[in-house]
Design a binder for this molecule. Structure first.
Ligand code: HDD
Length: 726
């Protein structure tokens, strides 16, 4: 229903009262909306300020709704006199500004969120009564927030770090939060160690640095004394910790959860998000450079993809198993430092998540969204994973600190949708509900208000528990090395090399030789070859003894292809971008063919040119540039093409162009070129042009270039580049 009096006001637009008649806005010549004249502050001859008057709905007001006459000058006594304390417009504005900040998240401070939909593609009512999985085609609204863990809100996106992947499902039976990461295991087995882990990775307390980095003494000191972290460390040192963007990474619920069906029967479940675009990471040298060129790389990528209508999708895969499997599995399914290989329990795909809407306001949604692992719905239950049990306490607690009131659940981003919210929780800071009537307790004799519903309400799974109350870690959690080794051995040689290099890099930032040696001592329990290569890379004077292991015998587990990124190449080059370095006179036909073949693949072209205004092609058409040369280095693209046209000589002499090509080569990218001989020579790359380089003459060359790009990088080149010897 449209309320009366809501139409636009009929009053003529008011003219600013202090403006002299001769300076009234109406006297000015009409100017283009958005033009300089309309936007810039304007002073009258007497020094008074005026803005153009607008409709009533456009008027600037105080928080009390009072129209503001002048938003540029505070109320002053005399021409150069003091500011009056009674200036409520000034005071209110500054007061609110002074209180804009809320505490950033203690971990996962830097994040980026988007709205989406989860569609069930395979109903599993026999396994769980959870609402999103009851019917094929059922759609549930979601909000996802991706994040880095260690850095503060303003840190850079390409830190080497775990990524958060938190999903809020607004189901018709309440909100369910799946608060996961892009790595399926965790550093510690018990929540009591979490504050120490986080203190160790965050900037060191005396000096306040390093920011968003694990490469420092405190982190590796803690890790070296926490053998249970070894499996996670292998993942963290792998390319998983430097994803190309959020769109190209997996997500995991990490813990074993319970599903419970309508008959009260329970199964165990692990959650996996599988990106439809496949997995992709950057190289470490790229990460360092991307952080300089575009510290917002990941958030910009997601924003651009969604606003362009290229909605990223993830399939939700479940590993469902019962007590019998749990009993015969080599590890404890309650240990969050362990996976269950997909080869043992394959994924059942039950639905697809599509992120299709960016937020309207970053603070209101991405910052205020409050994920809590304890937010579960009927059909989903916890297990006794000691990390999960501790998380269930921590998240609710932290939201109160962060958002300042127990009423954070009423914020639109946190409020359930599609189901009623009825209870007698009342009052508190920033209460927005205004319940009517006398009844605020239950049970009551007035016959009013909501009552508990034993049949449809949430019922915890009636698991039998017994035992002595003790502080202990079960023996079944004791093997810290077998799965770390399995992960390492499941990687391709290229990926193994990256793990080695990452360890050498990180440990070389530790000033204490003792800490470096302790980590190498652990690596000896994982893979002797890796330990030796890292020791050599660090220049360790002597090989340490292997770290004393809680369980000395390591099991040799079969490698699992699902653990490698490179063994699971993307289905196509869709969603990727080719950076094309162009100059005036670029051959028109070639550029347009390249664009259309890439568009057919679902990929994009971005033009990098000496001038942001663009270049004129051989047919005289102007192509505005997406990036100015120097502002769009090749690290921002998945592959490059160099088509300098008539500007070949000038471009060859340009250091930014040389970096563009040299880096593309060093990062094993596919490189298409036409008329770029001068630049190739300036970079001394002529002798190094391998299969990854493609000369473009006609359409068939472009086809084969795009086909090659599907494998994302020409990895054999890496061996020819030097760097740390294996
Ligand atoms: Fe946590 C935030 C994921 C262990 C305590 N965590 C947070 C976020 C993600 C995770 C994705 C960001 C949510 C958002 O975007 O707002 N955390 C994990 C995973 C863990 C894990 C996958 C291990 C399996 N976390 C963990 C433990 C504790 C916490 C053991 C404490 C005992 N986590 C928090 C927190 C945060 C948080 C302090 C900070 C901000 C927030 O909760 O909302 O409560």
């Amino acid at each position: 229903m449209i309320r009366p009096n809501h139409a636009r006001p009929l009053l003529p637009a008011l003219i600013h009262p202090v403006v002299k008649e001769s300076q009234m806005a109406d006297d000015k010549p009409a100017s283009r909306p958005g033009s300089f004249e309309n936007l810039v502050s304007d002073y009258g001859a007497g020094g008074e300020f005026h803005q153009h008057a607008g409709d009533r709905d456009d008027r600037l007001t105080t928080a009390q709704g009072v129209t503001i006459a002048d938003n540029q000058n505070s109320l002053r006594v005399g021409r150069n006199g003091p500011t009056a304390l009674e200036d409520f417009v000034l005071r209110e504005k500054i007061f609110h500004f002074d209180h804009e900040r809320i505490p950033e998240r203690v971990v996962h401070a830097r994040g980026f969120g988007a709205h989406g939909l989860f569609e069930c593609t395979k109903a599993i009512p026999e396994i769980t009564r959870a609402a999103p999985f009851q019917k094929e085609g059922k759609v549930t609204e979601t909000f996802v927030r991706f994040s880095t863990v260690a850095g503060s809100k303003g840190s850079m996106d390409l830190a080497r770090d775990v990524r958060g992947f938190a999903t809020k499902f607004y189901t018709d039976e309440g909100n369910w939060d799946l608060v996961g990461n892009n790595i399926p295991v965790f550093f510690i087995q018990d929540a009591i160690k979490f504050p120490d882990l986080v203190h160790a990775v965050k900037p060191e307390p005396d000096r306040g640095f390093p920011q968003a980095q694990s490469a420092h003494d405190n982190f590796w000191d803690f890790i070296s004394l926490t053998p249970e972290s070894m499996h996670m460390v292998m993942w963290q040192m792998s390319d998983r910790a430097i994803p190309k963007s959020f769109r190209f990474m997996e997500g995991f619920g990490v813990h074993t959860f319970r599903f419970v069906n309508a008959e009260g029967k329970s199964s165990f479940v692990k959650f996996h998000w599988k990106p439809r675009l496949g997995l992709q990471s950057v190289l470490w040298d790229e990460a360092l450079k991307v952080n300089g060129a575009d510290p917002d790389r990941h958030r910009r990528d997601l924003w651009e993809a969604i606003t362009a209508g290229d909605f990223p999708e993830w399939d939700l895969g479940l590993q469902i198993f019962d007590e019998a499997f749990a009993d015969r599995f080599d590890f404890d399914v309650l240990d969050p430092t362990k996976i269950i290989p997909e080869d043992l329990v394959p994924l059942t795909i039950v639905g697809t998540l599509t992120l299709d809407r960016v937020v309207d306001n970053f603070f209101a949604e991405t910052e205020q969204v409050a994920f809590c692992t304890q937010n579960v719905i009927p059909g989903i239950d916890f297990t006794n994973d000691p990390l999960l049990q501790g998380r269930n306490f921590s998240y609710l607690d932290t939201q109160l600190k962060r958002l300042g009131s127990p009423n954070f659940t009423k914020l639109p981003i946190n409020a359930p949708r599609g189901c009623p919210v009825n209870n007698f929780q009342q009052d508190g800071h920033m209460q927005t509900a205004n319940p009517k009537g006398r009844v605020n307790y239950e049970p009551n004799g007035w016959g009013k208000g909501p009552r508990a519903h034993p049949l449809e309400g949430y019922v915890s799974y009636a698991v039998r528990e017994e035992g002595e109350k003790r502080r202990l870690r079960p023996e079944s959690f004791a093997d810290h090395y077998s799965q770390a080794r399995q992960f390492f051995l499941s990687q391709t040689p290229v990926e193994q090399g990256h793990i080695r290099d990452a360890l050498v890099f990180e440990l070389s930032k530790c000033q204490e030789i003792e800490i470096r040696a302790r980590i190498v001592a652990h690596l000896l329990n994982i893979d002797e070859g890796l330990a030796e290569a890292v020791a050599k890379g660090l220049g360790l004077a002597a090989m340490p003894d292997p770290a004393p292991a809680a369980r000395p015998t390591r099991t040799d587990l079969p490698p699992s292809d699902a653990l490698s990124i490179l063994k699971n190449p993307p289905p196509s080059f869709a969603g990727r971008t080719v950076g094309v370095l162009v100059g005036d006179g670029v051959e028109a036909g070639l550029l347009s063919e390249l664009r259309s073949i890439l568009a057919a693949e679902g990929a994009m072209v971005k033009l990098v040119a000496p001038r942001i205004g663009g270049v004129t092609d051989s047919a005289g058409a102007l192509h505005p540039a997406d990036e100015k040369l120097g502002g769009g280095p090749s690290v921002l693209f998945d592959a490059v093409a160099v088509l300098p046209g008539a500007e070949a000589v000038a471009i060859a002499a340009n250091p930014a162009a040389q970096d563009f090509l040299t880096d593309a080569h060093a990062h094993c990218k596919f490189i298409a070129h036409h008329g770029a001989e001068a630049l190739i020579d300036a970079c001394a790359l002529r002798d190094k042009m391998d299969e990854g380089w493609r000369a473009l003459a006609g359409t068939s060359d472009i086809d084969s270039f795009v086909a090659a790009c599907r494998s994302l990088r020409h990895w054999p080149r890496e061996q020819t580049l030097g760097g740390n010897p294996p």
